[in-house]
Design a protein around this ligand. Structure first.
Ligand code: TMP
Ligand code: ASP
Length: 252
């Protein structure tokens, strides 16, 4: 990389590696081709996925920033699957917004897949694979002492704001944002920002022009459900976003 040099590995997750750089205010994120589902019970390598998720996340973070939503994003690197971000203390919560019933909601409750959820549901999960990322109650969240009451309110407000913006962005290119997961964190100056990634790994996206309930899927459910064409679907998401979003900036 020309602008910054990656240093020591700070963290390796299932889909990304995070590195320190020669600048204290910049960390480098490498998007891997690895795909996992069901708490890593199912695994594969999908060549090209890392680059696609990096480029899709970059486009979306830039669009969010342009609309006043704070994120950790700084820019992409000159390598296609690397992104540069601000260092943040990530809160170990998976914040899920659901516009349409799908996935675990329909497995766990008598709600028909495809049911519109208005207002959208906001579900918080404790992010820890050893515990299977359990759904939290408000009392359990309070007991974990991860965030205070004001921060709890700020998290949901920010997640709903992200939903409003992403829905519009995806709608404009013929995609329905069914649900998504984001992770949030605090910067050194205690600003709450969107961190991690926003990609077809972390969103459910349906092609609005296709009625078939499997064919319309353009996200990681293709991998979870063995539908094939995972990388092709992610490629279609990027191609559509590129119709309305500029190329992500290369961090200098
Ligand atoms: P769910 O229906 O399995 O609860 O998933 C809701 C949303 O969260 C869906 O868009 C996929 C995303 N998600 C992740 O990004 N990571 C995960 O580990 C899980 C379980 C879901
Ligand atoms: N990300 C999770 C895992 O790897 C689950 C999922 O996305 O379905 O296990």
């Amino acid at each position: 990389m020309t602008a910054v040099q990656p240093g020591s590995l700070l963290h390796e997750g299932k889909a990304k590696r995070v590195y320190a750089t020669d600048r204290p205010d910049v960390v480098a994120v490498e998007f891997k081709d690895d795909a996992t589902a069901f708490n890593a019970l199912k695994k594969a390598s999908l060549p090209g996925k890392g680059t696609l998720n990096c480029q899709i996340s970059a486009l979306l973070f830039e669009q969010l920033a342009a609309r006043g939503v704070p994120t950790h994003y700084l820019g992409v690197a000159d390598a296609d699957n690397w992104m540069l971000v601000r260092p943040v203390r990530v809160i170990p919560l998976e914040v899920v917004i659901r516009n349409v019933a799908a996935g675990s909601l329909c497995r766990e409750l008598p709600i028909q897949p495809g049911t519109a959820l208005d207002p959208p549901l906001c579900d918080l999960y404790y992010k820890d694979d050893a515990f299977g990322d359990p759904l939290l109650t408000e009392a359990r969240l309070e007991r974990l002492h991860l965030v205070n009451a004001d921060q709890r309110v700020g998290i949901e407000r920010l997640a709903r704001r992200v939903n409003d913006e992403l829905r519009q962005l995806f709608d404009a290119v013929g995609l329905q944002l069914v649900d998504f997961k984001i992770e949030l964190g605090f910067t050194a100056d205690e600003q709450l920002v969107v961190a991690d990634e926003i990609s077809p790994d972390t969103c459910r996206l349906w092609n609005r022009a296709v009625a078939d309930s499997q064919e319309r899927i353009l996200d990681k459910d293709r991998f979870r459900q063995d539908l094939g064409g995972v990388v092709e679907a992610y490629g279609q998401v990027l191609k559509r976003l590129q119709q309305t979003c500029p190329q992500p900036r290369v961090y200098q």
